[in-house]
Each structure stands twice: as C-alpha cells, then as structure tokens.
Design a protein around this ligand. Structure first.
Ligand code: NAD
Length: 470
C-alpha cells in the first residue's frame, strides 16, 4: 500500500470502531490477524515517494519499512532536501536473501530464509543486528536496516545501517541446530560482510555465542577476523561493557529526559516490557538510580509489584533460563496491561509495533523511552504526542549498543583492549552529546524528539552522500 493510500486511515479523522473490543481481537498485536506484509513493490514505493509538502496523517497498517519512511518524510519535509536526494537516502543499497536449509536427524529437511539488508554506507561500513524470529522478512529487515543508518548518524559514529536475520523460531532448535543454521547462513553471505563492509551484531534471540560461531565460520574464508561482528564473547575479541551497553544507554538517556520533564528518577515508577538483554539491563541501571521497577515482562507474560520488583533476583531467574513470571511474591500482569499501567516511565524493550492506535490512548506514562526498535507505530506516535506523552525515539534511546559495538570494532582493529570504565565513560559521553543535539533541534524546530532525531541524522548522512558523490 502506498503512503497516499494509507492517508485515508488517519486516526484523527476516522470514525472509532463500532465495537472496540471486537476490533481489538484483530488489531496488531492482539491475536488472529497476521501483521500485514507488503509486496516488495509496495514497500520500495515508499522509498521512491519523496516527502510531500502536505502533512500526511499516519495510518496504523503501515509495514515496518513504510513506517520508518513515514518518520523520514516528517523530518525531510522540515529540511527541504531535494526530492532526488530523499529517494536516494531511503532506498536500500543492497538486499541479500538466501535459503538456509537444516537437515533433521531423520533425514528430512527444514528450509528457512536468511536476509541481510544493507541500507546505506555513506558514513562508514554498514552495521546492525541479526535476528532469529519467525516474523523476520525482507520488509522488516529493510526497516531495521534503515533505522540503523539513522541511529549511527544520531550518535555520530562512523557507520551506515544494515540488518538481517533468519525466519526461524529458535525455541524449536537445539543448540547444535542453531549453530548449524548460523554457519550455513555465513557460508552463503560471507562475501557481503566484513570489517570494512558490513558488521553484524546480536539482536532478538541471537547472542555472543552466535557471534562467536560467525567469527569462526567467516575466518575459514578470510583468516582470523574478529572485527567481522560485534557483541562477541571477551575470549574472541568482545568488549567489556558490550552486553550491558544498550541498557546503560537507555538508562542514561532516560535520566536526561526525566530531568527535562521534571520527573525525579529517584522513586519514579517504571514499567519495562521485555526482560532480555535490553530490558533487563535498562531495569537494573534505572533501579540503581533509585527508580522503582514496578512491572517487567517477557514472552510468557509479566509481573507487577507496586513497591518495586527485585531486579537482581529477576536477572538471576532469567539467567537460569526461566521466565520472569516465576518470580515469587509478585502479581501476574499481561504484556498488554503492562503498557497501560499508571507509571511515570514506560520502557518497551521487546518487539516492534506494541504501541499502536488501539492502546496509545490508554498509555498513562509521561515518558516512553524506546528500548526496542520501532515499538511505536506512527499512529500511536501521533496520539501520544497529542496527549502530551513524550516519546524518546529508538534511534536515540537504544543507540548505546551500537556505540559500544563501535568501541569493540575499534579495539579489534587496534588489537588493544580498553577497560570497562573507559567503555562506560565514553558511552555515556556519546549518548549525552546525542541527546543534547536532538533536544536542541526539537526545541529550535518545535517538533517531537523523533522528528528532531531524524533531522540530525538525515543531515549528517545527506552531507556524506553529497560530498562523496554517487
Ligand atoms: P532479547 O532476545 O535478549 O530479549 C527479548 C525479550 O523480549 C525477551 O525477554 C523475550 O521474552 C521478550 N519477548 C519476545 N517476544 C515477546 C512478546 N511477544 N511479548 C513480550 N515480550 C516478548 O532481545 P534484545 O536484544 O533485548 O532486543 C529487544 C529489542 O531491543 C529488539 O527490538 C531489538 O531490536 C532492540 N535492540 C537491541 C539491542 C541490543 O544491543 N541487544 C540494541 C538496540 C535495540
């Protein structure tokens, strides 16, 4: 569906559903209806359509790539970029899709699809995570690769954007099978990645172990090359501080935004959706600053305690492979209800699209800090803004991970190890500078933090494209 077609479904102009409870059952994230997937032609059309001069209200059934391009357009309109440059900036540089077969014990074969989208390399090699999840597809990879281009530019590190993954549910794989599909994927994309080309990293359901397998497999083709990925174990060139980096960045940015909005972090009530890498470390560092983490969740559900949950205990439980829902002495809460709790700060840190037009009106937090990538649809964004809820966008809030990935890559290239203190200190300095740039741009242009973050990023990438030439 094109942007022009989606205009008809503006949340500001449409009639409310006759029966919201029945509509909810089919709304995104609420059950039966699978997320709409656009054809390739449809999603690329959004890259080809330069920002219109007219304000286009957002619909809620955009694909992930359409949604990122909508956000791009909101910023590009304010920057008055030439149309041809807008199209060049939105269009992915390269897209790779490969078959990833897995032979079962009984001789049968399961076939998955592996993707790597390389969005832009004007400011440096492309950089971004690898996700193992059944919903992974080309459109999602395009969207997340594009977000990485803008994210690396917001924090001003010398990278472009890339993203990829395999459409597999790792819960259905043994560890050996996970290793085998990782190696097969690398065998088939190794010529497209590398320390000066494209540097993958962990994302949903991938971790340091997966990165170690990638180093090993890639090194069979190119010689020992730890800098081909980041987020590695320390033993093969990982950086101290990388595992907790995204959460540390989320908490640093939350502290700055809370202060700007008159919220005292000491005692502030915080709900965190998702208790994986990003959610758990965000909760830990926010609790260290005095925040009360009243609710957390994972794929199995959530838990609530108005007096504050014991984050260390929760990390012990998840570290042992169990769900947060097994913690003693807390009330159960659903993932949906967690998002609309009466809290000061909400940190969505699981999957994309969880805040949408069906629940945005019910969000009671004053500040939403996007730990996850793309957790807020453009329609929800508009509703939250209308209601005075400040959203700190993903490309700023969760950039701590890629920032320490940059430090890891630098250490690999220099063959020199930094201390954890140096990593943490440099991370907070970079995040703080990025926050200042985005906040000041938002104030100057009287716009949201998201549009301001895109404006800062687009200007940097546009200048690089223009000086390099095409
Ligand atoms: P992870 O796999 O470590 O954790 C994901 C968490 O989300 C788990 O607790 C899982 O149980 C939960 N979850 C999965 N499906 C869910 C569902 N349907 N409802 C509720 N919870 C669900 O992944 P992560 O690395 O923490 O990534 C989380 C998000 O943060 C993703 O959007 C990712 O792209 C983004 N991100 C990650 C990093 C990083 O450094 N890991 C950096 C930037 C952004």
């Amino acid at each position: 569906m094109s942007m022009e077609e989606t205009v008809k479904e503006s949340p500001g102009t449409e009639a409310e559903p006759a029966d919201e409870s029945t509509e909810r059952a089919t709304a995104p994230g609420h059950g039966d209806r699978p997320p709409r997937r656009a054809t390739e032609r449809e999603t690329l059309k959004t890259a080809e359509s330069p920002a219109s001069k007219d304000e286009m209200p957002p619909a809620d059934d955009m694909t992930p790539f359409e949604a990122v391009n909508y956000q791009f357009d909101c910023a590009a309109r304010r920057l008055d970029l030439p149309h041809n440059l807008q199209v060049a900036l939105k269009t992915p540089f390269r897209e790779v899709m490969v078959e990833v077969p897995l032979a079962n014990e009984d001789g049968s074969i399961r076939t998955f699809h592996g993707y790597r989208v390389q969005h832009n390399n004007a400011r440096g090699p492309m950089k971004g995570g690898l996700r193992y999840h059944p919903d992974v597809d080309l459109d999602e990879a395009r969207a997340l690769a594009s977000l990485m281009t803008w994210k690396t530019a917001v924090v001003d590190i010398p990278y472009g954007g890339g993203k990829g993954g395999i459409d597999v549910d790792p819960r259905e794989l043994t560890k050996t099978e996970k290793e085998r599909i990782t190696r097969t994927f690398v065998d088939r994309i190794h010529q497209f990645i590398g320390p000066n080309e494209d540097i993958p990293a962990p994302d949903v359901n991938t971790d340091a172990q997966v990165m170690a397998w990638i180093v090993d497999e890639y090194s069979k083709f190119e010689g020992f090359t730890p800098a081909v990925v980041t987020g590695k174990p320390l033993e093969v060139g990982g950086s101290p501080g990388r595992e907790s980096a995204t959460g540390r960045g989320v908490s640093a940015i939350t502290a700055r935004a809370a202060a700007d909005h008159g919220i005292d972090l000491d005692g502030a009530r915080v709900a965190v959706q998702g208790f994986g890498n990003v959610g758990s470390w965000s909760a830990r560092f926010l609790a260290d600053q005095g925040a009360r983490i009243v609710a957390v969740s994972d794929v199995d559900g959530g838990v609530f305690d108005g007096d504050g949950l014991d984050v260390d205990r929760l990390m012990e439980i998840t570290g042992a492979g169990d769900s947060v829902t097994t913690v003693e002495g807390a009330e159960p809460i659903s993932n949906d209800d967690l998002l609309t709790l009466d809290v000061d700060i909400l940190v969505p840190a699981a999957l994309g699209g969880v805040l949408h037009r069906w629940n945005a009106r019910n969000v009671r937090a004053r500040l939403v800090v996007e730990g996850a990538n793309a957790p807020t649809t453009p329609a929800a964004d508009a509703l939250l803004e209308e209601r005075g809820v400040t959203v700190v966008p993903d490309i700023l809030a969760n950039a701590g991970g890629v920032t320490v990935s940059y430090f890891e890559w630098v250490q690999n290239l220099q063959q020199f190890r930094w201390t954890e203190e140096k990593v943490d200190e440099e991370l907070v300095a970079i995040m703080s500078r990025a926050y200042d740039a985005v906040r000041d741009t938002a104030a100057e242009h009287r716009t949201s933090l998201r549009t301001a973050a895109f404006m800062v990023a687009i200007q940097r990438v546009a200048k690089a494209v223009q000086v390099r030439g095409v």
